[in-house]
Ligand binder design. Structure first.
Ligand code: HEC
Length: 391
């Protein structure tokens, strides 16, 4: 009955783990190389008994991990230094230190993906999902409570009768011949399935086309994202240099934004007047911005107590007679241009808020040096409200 079938292997079943370990060792010692052992759970010592060396999957991981690291490092360098040189945070064009974390991540990513794919594809022959022993009685037994060894017919030492004799001598319970399966037509290429695919493709295309182009098409607003304009980072052939993003023409001033005339000057050459009034609203803004931008160095009450723990030269107190004597314009100039160790805050704080900060500093200064009239005013407030306004 099995006359014209091709023999794949001879399989033998054993009853106990000890017997299978012993059998595996003997099979190896007899010089067979193309054999395998099947057990329903891992049996300790089996690798050694079968004479298995270390898995080669480590080389796959090493190669792809290393290739990933080199690739991403060069790619970052190329994109940051050659393709689109761009200064980020004042760093040089090739800040290799900043590339380390991503290089590490990509090494791990490529290494691990290659390990899984390599294991499935190379070591498990992934695209082929079946194996001759899958349909055998043998595999059913070893999946439950037996232990089996298979010697393949392709082994150079293979001789059907000798192998059977050999396995019987090892104490094998049952011996089974496993044959190569007959070739089957690939089911996926059946005409029925291809017609089905074609119908699905036609239906999906038609319904997508109908929904997008007929149902959602509302006349004057056809695809507003599709306009004839250039986006900032895109290319254009409208300008001679190919950049859609333009730098302002020299000497032009953005509407409503006069440039600060005393840029990088320690002293403004003309008096600058504070355009804000110290209303409650303005002082609230001033307080918020002062606490955000100035208090780290100058202290919460401008008393010159830095909370930067010596990481930066502490800002001096703003309650000195000198600062009290400064005009608002002078302090504005210091915030705008910076002064010695103090950096410029022109980019962080808009103009109106700089003036509001100054109004708030004036309040702090006055709170430290109250005049008799201030006490009088507070007393009157207390009388009016019946409460102690100032504790
Ligand atoms: C990073 C720390 C730091 C921050 C933040 C900071 N300053 Fe200063 N500030 C200094 C230092 C340091 C000096 C002293 C500079 C010098 O030696 O002239 C100074 C000086 C000043 C002076 C002049 C003092 C003098 O005696 O000439 C003023 C006024 C001043 N800061 C206001 C501000 C205001 C308002 C803010 C918030 C917008 C601010 N500072 C934020 C560190 C800072």
């Amino acid at each position: 009955m099995n006359e014209n079938k091709v023999l794949h292997s001879v399989a033998a079943l054993f009853d106990t783990p000890d017997k299978i370990i012993n059998a595996a060792r003997k099979v190896k010692d007899a010089g067979y190389t193309m054999f395998d052992v099947n057990t329903s759970y891992p049996v300790h010592g089996m690798d050694k008994a079968m004479g298995l060396g270390q898995s080669k999957i480590g080389y796959v991981t090493l190669f792809f991990g290393f290739a990933g690291a080199v690739f991403i490092f060069l790619f970052m360098g190329w994109s940051m230094a050659i393709n689109y040189p761009y200064i980020v945070g004042g760093k040089p064009f090739f800040p290799y230190q900043a590339f380390i974390p991503i290089t590490f991540e990509v090494t791990v990513l490529c290494g691990s993906i290659a390990t899984v794919v390599g294991m499935l594809a190379v070591f498990f022959n992934l695209p082929f999902l079946s194996h001759p022993i899958h349909d055998s009685n043998y595999i059913k037994e070893v999946s439950v409570d037996k232990f089996g060894v298979v010697i393949e017919a392709e082994d150079p030492l293979f001789d059907k009768n000798k192998v059977v004799e050999f396995l019987k001598n090892l104490g094998a319970g049952k011996i089974e011949f496993i044959y190569e399966p007959e070739k089957q037509a690939i089911k996926i290429l059946q005409p029925k399935f291809i017609v089905f695919l074609a119908v699905v493709a036609a239906l999906t295309s038609f319904s997508t086309y109908f929904t997008l182009n007929k149902l959602m098409y509302i006349v004057p607003f056809n695809w507003m994202d599709n306009q004839k304009k250039s986006n900032p980072q895109s290319e254009t052939n409208f300008f001679y240099d190919g950049y859609a993003m333009r730098t302002p023409v020299e000497g032009t001033v953005a509407r409503g934004f006069m440039p600060y005339p005393f840029h990088e000057q320690a002293l403004p050459s003309e008096p600058l007047a504070n355009p804000t009034l110290p209303t409650k609203q303005i002082l609230k803004i001033g307080q918020e911005k002062f606490l955000t931008f100035c208090s780290p160095c100058h202290g919460n009450y401008a008393e010159g107590v830095s909370r930067l723990m010596g990481q930066f030269p502490p800002g001096p107190t703003l309650h000195s007679a000198k600062i009290i004597g400064y005009s608002d314009g002078m302090i504005y100039n210091i915030i705008t241009n910076g002064q010695n160790a103090m950096p410029s805050y022109a980019y962080q704080i808009p103009r109106e808020q700089r003036w509001a900060i100054i109004d708030y500093i004036r309040v702090l200064q006055r709170a430290q040096n109250p005049k008799p009239s201030d006490f009088q005013a507070i007393k009157e407030l207390n009388k009016e409200s019946g409460k102690n306004v100032v504790n």
